[in-house]
Design a protein around this ligand. Structure first.
Ligand SMILES: [Zn+2]
Length: 792
């Protein structure tokens, strides 16, 4: 299953909008009449026509006596013949379904079926003016092995042999078998994977690629991307070995496949795919940069998705959900393992931040797609792919680990992998293995978190009973239980803060309305409910008083509570004393992944008392902290700002320094801005340079924008050039010319951006162009919206 990145959230949500989703119904893994043992695919690729032809040979073993026809799925445009055990067989085709007559057979009897096929099969890429190396194709699942069993409940070994132009690399599942010249500038490349795996995890990518090879614990690693970008492969995939080691060791289950290939492809923008031993990533990924990054573009910004897809090599690929109703066994588990890697590689604070971010993503999603994590009652496989599956699955597993302890938890996962490797699993298998390893009967836990919908929504408050010397903590679970959400049974803590520090007391939630009494000799300075964020809970409002906030800020073990307290302390007009207290705490928050990342509100106060703090922050190990601090530097800090333009700085810091200097002394950065406007490859820096030039109407500012919007630039740069056209007079004929050229781009993202801009900038001269596109059925919804904007 696909993993949608943050940037793809809009795609996920729109595709799950109720109106577009098939009605929910009961699903079970489909019946099988045979066991698919192996498929061998041989395809001759005609790169000019973007088609391929050849054969798939499937070896099957019958599961029942007396079966006379078998079902296969196919992505072929044409199936011109089927042989069963060498003899022509009758078959019928209906869409992607094939029914083939077989001689009446006994259970265990083996047949070989040979399908002659022809089709387009793959996702082909076409060169553009921006990207002349946009050549070749990628494919997954049934497109990569064009005849097979599409649902996840049959696993087989595969072999593929592909004849392509000699200049092309071919990456697929398993191990390379052969690479043979074929004459006339072509070669035949074969790959084979003996371990059984689900058909949806088959993978192919071919084209003129750059490669970076490495080894890890004796196994080959292959990192691949479109030709011309290879200089970024090593830095982009730098975390790979540590991720493989961490997962292998903590699961006590070595990486199970013969090699690991990671291929960056032009197609499938916005999601990655965890094909067995051959993950594919999209070149266009983040809002403000590509998948491929170097060390100045952020702190391994795609490490998390590399960890997620690599985790699938165990969860999803080694053990595979039997039916899409249990998609969370693939996706929730991969999300959890990625969170575990965050904890391992970035520390507790970053891990807790991620837990909160994923919780919020799930809460938002659950308002439109309310369902259990695992269920047989769903619309279709896409309907099981939302954030409930990923984020509720991942965060609840993390809270289960904390509840039963690391050792039993990971021993349970080891047992689950060892028992079910190369076979299908259901949620109950995971429940049994975790229960056995921990000694805790986890059926109640699975029942409330996995098989029922919803989550706790907490409303809490506290008071002090001076006579009885008790802190009284009142907790209500306010979730709507009318649609099946339970009242949750959860162990957690309450923390009391006094001058000695923070003290936790365990409490047990198991009713809608509960009161807990905690003995304490004097009034606590502050109280925190669930101070470690032990479980997935929505807490719309913290009841802290103004007097409690400094204590929460200084003592909260969770960065989310700490940040919430800080932001409330910054409301209104904070005193110098408060600001000194905050800065003093933040000065100790020095980790590369600190408790507080967003200091922008504090810095933007521009208060003198913070000046030394702000200057120190411009050297913070965390890039966000460093970039935020720049906004707090003033006239007297210009030497420091000039240092921050240096080649040793992250691009976001350079962009912030450029913006800061442009307001203080534009002349001192005009040349630098001109250079970055023409050459910067990092979109945010290029955009800042163009904006700074436009803000000051520097000579050539308009030409710089128009140049960036031309087709000579890769889409991420061209896009920002197009957006910057809004700075020019909208009736400038050069704006219309630029957008007209973008409307004709072969890159569909450029085209949709241009359509939107025609509407927003009201470029009436292009109305006929839009009408023509509408008549031809191109991007009709976008075009309609733009035409409406033009008319208004
Ligand atoms: Zn995934």
């Amino acid at each position: 299953m696909r993993f949608f990145p943050v940037a793809g959230l809009a795609i996920v949500l729109s595709s799950l909008a109720p109106a577009q989703v098939a009605p929910r119904r009961l699903h079970f893994a489909p019946d099988r009449t045979y066991d698919l043992i192996k498929t061998v695919t041989t395809l001759d690729v005609d790169a000019d026509r973007q088609r391929a032809s050849g054969s798939v040979v499937a070896t099957i073993s019958m599961l029942r006596d007396g079966v006379t026809s078998v079902h296969f799925d196919t992505s072929a445009d044409q199936v011109s013949g089927v042989l069963v055990d060498g003899k022509p067989a009758r078959f019928t085709r209906s869409g992607g379904s094939l029914e083939i007559d077989v001689p009446p057979s006994k259970r265990g009897q083996v047949h070989r079926l040979n399908f002659r096929i022809e089709g387009r099969f793959f996702r082909w890429t076409n060169p553009t003016a921006e990207e002349p190396n946009r050549i070749g194709f990628c494919a997954e699942g049934l497109a990569a092995q064009p005849v097979g069993w599409a649902p996840p409940n049959d696993l087989s070994s595969t072999e593929i042999s592909l004849t392509v132009p000699t200049a092309w690399t071919v990456i697929s599942n398993g191990s390379p078998v052969s690479d043979t010249p074929k004459g006339s500038g072509r070669h035949t490349v074969a790959w084979r994977l003996d371990q059984p795996h689900a058909g949806y995890l088959n993978s192919l990518a071919a084209g003129p690629f750059d490669l970076f090879r490495d080894t890890w614990r004796g196994k080959p690693l292959i990192m691949t991307c479109p030709k011309g970008m290879g200089d970024r492969l090593e830095s982009t995939f730098a975390p790979t070995k540590e991720i493989l080691s961490f997962f292998s060791d903590i699961l006590n289950f070595p990486y199970p496949w013969p090699k690991y290939a990671q291929t960056v492809v032009y197609e499938h923008e916005g999601y990655a795919e965890e094909d067995v031993s051959a993950t594919q990533y999209p070149l266009y990924w983040r809002q403000d940069g590509g998948f491929m990054s170097n060390s100045r573009e952020g702190m391994n910004p795609t490490a998390w998705v590399i960890a997620h897809e690599t985790a699938h090599q165990w969860f999803g690929d080694t053990v595979t959900c039997k039916d899409w109703g249990d998609t969370w066994l693939n996706e929730g588990m991969a999300t959890y393992m990625e969170m575990a890697y965050t904890l391992h590689s970035r520390g507790q604070l970053e891990s807790l931040r991620e837990f909160e971010a994923y919780s919020q993503r799930y809460f938002d999603h659950s308002r439109t797609d309310f369902r259990p994590v695992a269920t047989n009652f769903y619309s279709d496989s896409l309907g099981m792919g939302g954030w409930t599956t990923y984020m509720k699955g991942g965060t609840t597993l993390d809270s289960l680990r904390r509840q039963i302890g690391d050792k039993p938890f990971y021993e349970g996962l080891h047992q689950y992998l060892a028992r079910h490797q190369f076979s299908n699993v259901e949620s109950n298998d995971l429940c049994e293995d975790l229960s056995e390893a921990s000694g805790v009967n986890l059926h109640p836990w699975f029942d409330q978190w996995i098989y029922k919908p919803g989550h706790p929504v907490i409303d809490w408050s506290w008071s002090y009973d001076a006579a009885r010397k008790l802190a009284i903590v009142h907790v209500r679970q306010t979730q709507d239980t009318s649609r099946g959400a339970p009242i949750f049974d959860v162990p957690t803590h309450v923390a009391l803060i006094d001058d000695q520090g923070l003290r936790r007391t365990p409490i047990h939630l198991n009713a809608a309305d509960q009161t807990f009494e905690i003995a304490t000799p004097s009034v606590p300075k502050a109280v925190i409910f669930d101070p470690d964020h032990d479980f997935l809970r929505e807490l719309p409002k913290q009841p802290w008083t103004a007097e409690e906030l400094p204590y929460v800020f200084l003592h909260a073990p969770n960065p989310i509570d700490m940040e919430a307290a800080m932001n409330r302390l910054l409301d209104g007009n904070p005193t110098d004393e408060t600001l000194r207290m905050i800065a003093g705490r933040l000065r100790r928050d020095t980790q590369p992944f600190p408790a507080i990342r967003d200091t922008s509100r504090l810095v933007k106060l521009g208060r003198g008392v913070l000046h030394d703090f702000v200057v120190a922050e411009t050297s913070h190990a965390n890039y966000d902290r460093r970039a935020n601090a720049v906004a707090g530097l003033g006239m007297s800090d210009q030497p420091r700002l000039h240092q921050l333009l240096g080649d040793d700085q992250p691009y976001d810091v350079v962009a912030a320094a450029l913006r800061g200097l442009s307001t203080l002394d534009f002349a001192s950065v005009r040349e630098f801005a001109m250079t970055q406007a023409a050459k910067a490859t990092y979109p945010a820096l290029r955009r800042t340079a163009l904006e700074v030039l436009a803000d000051h109407q520097a000579p050539g500012w308009d030409a710089a924008i128009l140049e960036t919007a031309t087709e000579h630039h890769r889409p991420l740069i061209r896009e920002l050039g197009l957006r910057a056209l809004s700075r020019l007079p909208h009736d400038d004929p050069r704006v219309a010319a630029s957008l007209r050229s973008a409307l004709a781009s072969r890159d569909q993202k450029i085209v949709t951006d241009a359509i939107d801009l025609v509407g927003r900038l009201k470029v009436k001269a292009l109305a006929p162009e839009l009408q023509r596109m509408k008549a031809q059925g191109q991007h009709v919804a976008d075009v309609d919206a733009a035409l409406k904007a033009l008319a208004s």
